[in-house]
Design a protein around this ligand. Structure first.
Ligand code: ADP
Length: 484
């Protein structure tokens, strides 16, 4: 098959969260199964081009129209292993992708609408025989409508990595990239006719909608999780199929992870894993002046600090961890200045507390080191489409403590046989049950070491690779192709 992926992120080149990792993990697996995979991305000015082989100019000066303004673009191509990358460089007066970061600008919607428009122009020029056009999240979703208008009949899949972000806009934003009449209407919100929405247009126009876990696929049909799109999604329920993400085992392999002080084989003997984790803890403790009681459990997480991730729960976990004689370690940063400054204040408050380590930055290297050091990884998310953090955590020997929602519900199991338990799960929206779970997990670690070891081992041995999810995607792609 010839599969075209369109997205805003692709790890390790450009990553703000799970989206970039899914793009590389899925693409690697599809190309390993002998399919041709092309990925189209914006050419951000901070992509480390040295990671790309054979970067070359593919098409110079092709035209995109924004209203009546003619804009030229250059498409660059490069090989990333067996994946064909295409990097779109618009020569746009607003310097859409030359701003040092991926998101967080007032004109994010026009930036990505433009990206969709130019992507479709490019595909039109190339005349690829496309089997599947696979779009990811709101940044790429409008390309579905443009493809319907400008490309021959194509099977279009749309992955929903996070329904909270929808690319809300006005009609004028869509008209600017040439969407009118019936096509424009598909972007219109059911409840608020003056409001338009990039993701909604994609949902209406695509052939398959893929939320990133089976539980999330059901949750988004409800008002609680639907972020206003639940009624639209219900209308298109027949197109929805949840497929759980995997983790990319090249990005995340504790046996070959050059960031780690002590590497370990997750399927090797448990005492060796535990020994390596202790060394990784000692190394971080020395570097950052962290100190706790002997054999203190390391409890923490690696996260974007946003409402979704339950920051108030994480804050409450600091005191609980201290009370439980543990070390609390958080690596996180927030795109919301108020939230970032709140955590900066917390950091000041715990400045002289040697059991609390708050590192408020985005730091890939430290993330690897912390996964390998943590005994418990916290995900008290209000909602979680899939969550890679708990999967990476388990692969690195950190036992997850999670809310029962979305992909967390599909991957972390407590109330099952001991041979299957791989973590701790709490229900509901209150903080105390979460704190009780932390205390219970620490108690098991201290008083039932064999049970603790079994839970950790179950996580280490789980298969969260991309092989199985990629097979599901391929099956879905084949079904779509049959429909065209
Ligand atoms: P989301 O995409 O909602 O942020 P996921 O769990 O799917 O959540 O993926 C998060 C990814 O981003 C993980 O690989 C995690 O390690 C990484 N990450 C999050 N915050 C940071 C940070 N501050 N520094 C480094 N990596 C981070």
């Amino acid at each position: 098959m010839h599969i075209i992926q369109v997205a805003a992120e692709f790890a390790p080149l450009i990553k703000a969260g799970g989206l970039g990792e899914v793009l590389v993990g899925l693409s690697r697996q599809l190309s390993a199964s002998n399919h041709r995979v092309d990925v189209i991305l914006p050419k951000y000015d901070f992509i480390p081009l040295e990671l790309l082989a054979n970067l070359k100019l593919e098409i110079a000066n092709f035209t995109t129209w924004e209203n009546s303004r003619e804009i030229k673009n250059t498409m660059w191509s490069a090989e990333f292993e067996n994946i064909h990358l295409h990097l779109l460089e618009p020569h746009h007066p607003a310097n859409y992708f030359n701003r040092g970061k991926i998101y967080g600008f007032e004109d994010d919607v026009p930036r990505f609408l433009y990206f969709c428009k130019a992507t479709i122009e490019y595909l039109k020029i190339k005349q690829f025989p496309i089997d599947i056009l696979h779009l990811h999240d709101w940044h790429a979703a409008p390309a579905a409508a443009l493809a319907r208008e400008h490309l021959p009949p194509t099977s279009i899949a749309l992955s929903i990595h996070n329904l909270e972000h929808q690319g809300k806009c006005g009609a004028h934003d869509l008209i600017r990239i040439g969407l009118h009449d019936q096509r424009l209407k598909k972007f219109q919100c059911d409840q608020y006719p003056d409001s338009f929405n990039s993701l909604k247009g994609g949902i209406e126009e695509c052939d398959a909608i893929i939320p990133v876990s089976p539980t999330y696929a059901k949750e988004i049909l409800t008002a609680q999780y639907g972020f206003g799109l639940d009624s639209t999604l219900l209308k298109h329920q027949h197109k929805i199929r949840g497929i759980l993400n995997g983790i990319d085992e090249i990005l995340w392999n504790p046996d070959k992870d050059h960031f780690l002080e002590a590497k370990f084989n997750p399927s090797g003997p448990l005492p060796k894993v535990i020994d390596a984790k202790k060394k990784n803890q000692d190394s971080l403790a020395k570097r950052f002046g962290i100190k706790g009681p002997k054999d203190a459990p390391w409890i923490g997480t690696i996260t974007r600090i946003v409402h979704q991730k339950g920051p108030e729960f994480l804050e409450a976990a600091i005191e609980q961890t201290i009370q439980n004689g543990g070390i609390f370690a958080l690596l996180g940063s927030s795109p919301i200045p108020k939230m970032q400054s709140h955590f900066e204040q917390l950091k000041m408050r715990y400045k002289s507390h040697s059991q609390v380590f708050l590192h408020l930055d985005f730091d890939e290297e430290l993330a690897h080191q912390l996964y390998a050091a943590l005994d418990f990884i916290l995900l008290p998310s209000h909602f979680e489409p899939c969550g890679l953090t708990q999967l990476i955590g388990m692969h690195y020997g950190a036992i997850p403590i999670v809310r029962s929602t979305g992909g967390l519900k599909d991957t972390v199991f407590e109330k099952t046989s001991l041979t299957k338990q791989n973590g701790y799960v709490f229900e509901g929206l209150e903080i105390p049950p979460f704190l009780e779970k932390i205390t219970e997990a620490v108690r098991v670690m201290k008083t039932e070491p064999q049970r603790h070891a079994q839970i950790m081992s179950n996580g280490l041995k789980s298969d969260f690779g991309w092989e199985k999810p990629a097979k599901e995607y391929l099956e879905l792609y084949r079904n779509l192709i049959r429909l065209v």
